[in-house]
Design a protein around this ligand. Structure first.
Ligand code: SF4
Ligand SMILES: [Zn+2]
Ligand SMILES: [Zn+2]
Length: 325
């Protein structure tokens, strides 16, 4: 099959748009979607200047998504003096898995000449995920601990590096899955929060002072296309799955989504189009809703200083339970 735009062989066919594209035109289309998302979400504020640049911390795990994101951001803004970029890698303490992906991160940051920081659960929280998964004092899935620890460290270190925004490599499949999970859980406040915390355009969001705003510039690109892009550009991405992966509900949603997309190409795009509109409405609705609109009053955790609605934050509670085993 020929590329729609030139006479070379197509390397991909997108069921949702009917497009056939060759290597060059495919990669250009991914770059274009990411740049359009950055523009449409107003991620780069007009008051950023070389004297007072905008700082973006990029969550770089070494998987294909964050590697592709970092590569495209560097190609687009690497020489732009209005933006400073720092790649931040979190090592969870998972033998044989994270070590290899950290190598991929180091290699990429080296290639791009980008500042790279590595933070470990062991140094910062005093635990390793391999031990946490084995001890499991709260009788929950490993990812439930891991998500709390990762959020805490991303937030803490992004703040330490003076981040204006924290950028992550979530792709279209990730976001459509999260949207569907929020629907199925019937949690409209969660939908509203999702908009203000990470998917709303920066002109439309009600930014929360206590947290560094998130952005997901890759969220228009399907997972398969991210993987193909990483492969075609020969980027150093690490692909194996974490041995503790355990998000059962997300797994079910993933299967459902694959089937839906196969039978009805374009489902992920239409879910996100509708979801973003609804999330915007929900965010506006709850913002005006007295105390609720601003969420609970936050204070600093007695033990670690992280922002929390309780006296002691969730991370410190989990660490205490792990240490007690
Ligand atoms: S799959 Fe779960 S346990 Fe493994 S790194 Fe991700 S969140 Fe942590
Ligand atoms: Zn072409
Ligand atoms: Zn704490």
């Amino acid at each position: 099959m020929e590329c729609d735009k030139c006479s070379r062989d197509a390397v991909m066919h997108a069921g949702y748009s009917g497009a056939h594209l060759c290597e060059d035109h495919f990669c250009a289309s991914v770059d274009k979607r990411v740049r359009r998302r950055i523009r449409e979400d107003s991620m780069l504020p007009s008051d950023a200047t070389p004297e007072d640049p905008e700082t973006w911390v990029i969550g770089l795990s070494g998987g294909k998504d964050s590697v592709v994101l970092t590569h495209i951001l560097d190609e687009t803004f690497g020489k732009d003096p209005r933006i400073e970029m720092i790649a931040l890698t979190i090592h969870e303490g998972i033998e044989g898995y994270r070590d290899k992906s950290v190598d991929a991160c180091v290699e990429l940051a080296d290639d791009l000449d980008m500042r790279h920081e590595l933070v470990t659960y062991e140094d910062e929280i005093g635990v390793k995920m391999d031990d946490v998964a084995e001890k499991d004092p709260m009788d929950m899935a490993p990812c439930a601990y891991c998500g709390v620890f990762r959020r805490d460290l991303l937030e803490r270190f992004a703040d330490e590096y003076g981040a204006d925004k924290l950028l992550t490599g979530h792709n279209l499949d990730d976001e459509a899955e999260t949207a569907l999970m929020n629907f199925l859980e019937g949690d409209v406040k969660q939908v509203a929060k999702h908009f203000d915390a990470s998917i709303g355009g920066f002109d439309d969001r009600n930014e929360q002072d206590d947290f560094i705003p998130r952005a997901k510039p890759l969220r228009d690109v399907p997972e398969k296309e991210v993987a193909l892009y990483a492969h075609l550009k020969d980027l150093p991405a690490h692909i194996t799955e974490c041995p503790h992966a355990s998000e059962a509900f997300r797994g079910e949603i993933q299967e459902l989504m694959l089937k839906l997309e196969e039978n009805h190409p374009g489902t992920r795009h239409s879910i996100m189009a509708g979801y973003e509109e609804l999330a915007h409405l929900a965010a506006e609705r709850y913002r005006g809703d007295g105390d609720d609109g601003e969420g609970p009053d936050l204070n600093e955790c007695e033990r670690c200083g992280s922002m929390t609605a309780r006296d002691v934050c969730r991370k410190c509670k989990l660490v205490e339970a792990i240490e007690a085993v």
